[in-house]
Ligand binder design. Structure first.
Ligand SMILES: [Mg+2]
Length: 372
């Protein structure tokens, strides 16, 4: 089997707003083969920039566009192709954008491998430890306590037993934030896990105040309270915060997670399969986390290709506390798959079809497709 083309499909909402929703545009990667099997992947980053990483020409032995490195190769040689893409982009890659793109390509290669064998990816990874996983509703904080409570009631009514809010007013005023979370707890009751996502760098003193104050209201984790590079701050925060601290959605590759765990004291990490280096790199991160007893609750805030890839990882993980399930009302995210993943009683079932097990809604793809 040989790769014949790496197709980039840029999808966008008609209007992109400056809000904390990173899937207002998406880059879907389709890898075509001479045997008629096509693999799909999704890159969670600035989509037009990612498209350029695939389509760029050869600049040097260590600064190539990625698409040309794949054409003519056997897509089933995932490990070898992963290394090839990493090494031949190292002058501008190794972290960030190039690894985001490698993530989408890796997903598409796993999809092809599964389809070529007629098996779901989780079976190729050694078999599932579970066939369903609890999902938490992941939503943006509307910035108003009353509206926040209404959202929480909606998610609870939809069967979610856990929910996260962030990227709005939460964290700006720490005493108000603790009060708002206390009211949220009163709204949803004691049986729902609440997560809070600051989504930006708070001062360490504020993060410590929140880590202590939110513990009174049983917050499951406090996410991304500090600058991603502030390992010393994380180390001080995790040492004193009774609320578990989670972070890691902006990292790429294994090494930063080793630092977060070993130097930052993190006990929950959040790699994003569409950013860190795909299923392949997420499994490496998972192995190191499991060796340290650290929980992996992947960041998953995009469309159904990423949900599928994340589910295959969660299927084989020793522990899978939660799937992050984007609960915002974004039509591009909602319509991309022919049969979208939906939680039932708060649980999402693993895909059973060959490969990633997700088929695109080609009508929606054509509707949202834009040229650059
Ligand atoms: Mg987040």
């Amino acid at each position: 089997m040989k790769i014949t083309d790496v197709e980039t499909i840029l999808l966008s909402l008609p209007q992109i707003r400056e809000i904390g929703d990173g899937c207002q545009d998406l880059l879907v990667v389709k890898i075509h083969t001479d045997e008629g099997i096509t693999g799909v992947g999704e890159v969670h980053t600035n989509a037009p920039a990612a498209k350029a990483v695939i389509e760029a020409p050869l600049m040097s032995v260590s600064a190539s566009g990625m698409g040309r490195l794949l054409v003519g190769e056997d897509p089933r040689d995932i490990n070898r192709l992963w290394d090839k893409l990493y090494r031949k982009t190292q002058s501008y890659g190794r972290r960030g954008l190039a690894i985001h793109v490698l993530s989408g390509i890796d997903m598409a290669l796993w999809d092809i491998l599964g389809k070529s064998l007629g098996q779901p990816v989780w079976r190729l990874l050694g078999g599932a430890r579970r066939r369903k996983v609890p999902a938490y509703a992941s939503d943006l904080d509307p910035g108003d306590p009353g509206a926040l409570k209404e959202l929480a009631q909606k998610h609870a009514a939809n069967g979610f037993r856990a929910m996260k809010f962030g990227w709005g007013g939460l964290g700006g005023n720490v005493r108000q934030t603790v009060q708002t979370v206390a009211e949220l707890r009163g709204t949803v009751g004691d049986d729902v896990d609440i997560m809070i996502d600051l989504g930006f760098a708070a001062p360490l003193e504020d993060a410590i105040y929140l880590g202590r104050g939110l513990a009174d209201h049983g917050v499951y984790f406090l996410e991304e309270p500090l600058d991603p590079d502030d390992l010393a701050g994380f180390s001080r925060l995790t040492a004193v915060s009774p609320t578990p601290i989670a972070t890691g959605e902006k990292e790429t590759m294994l090494q930063p997670y080793l630092d977060l765990m070993d130097r930052g004291g993190l006990r929950i990490i959040q790699p994003d399969v569409a950013r860190v280096g795909g299923i392949t790199e997420t499994l490496r991160i998972l192995a190191h986390a499991e060796a340290r007893g650290v929980r992996v609750i992947p960041h998953c805030w995009s469309a159904d290709i990423l949900i599928a890839a994340t589910l295959h990882v969660l299927a084989v993980a020793r522990e899978a506390p939660y799937l992050e399930f984007n609960a915002t009302d974004n039509p591009l995210r909602r319509e991309l798959a022919a049969a979208p993943f939906r939680p039932i009683d708060g649980l999402v079932a693993m895909p059973d079809g060959p490969g990633l097990g997700v088929e695109l809604n080609e009508e929606a793809v054509q509707r949202y497709r834009v040229a650059v």
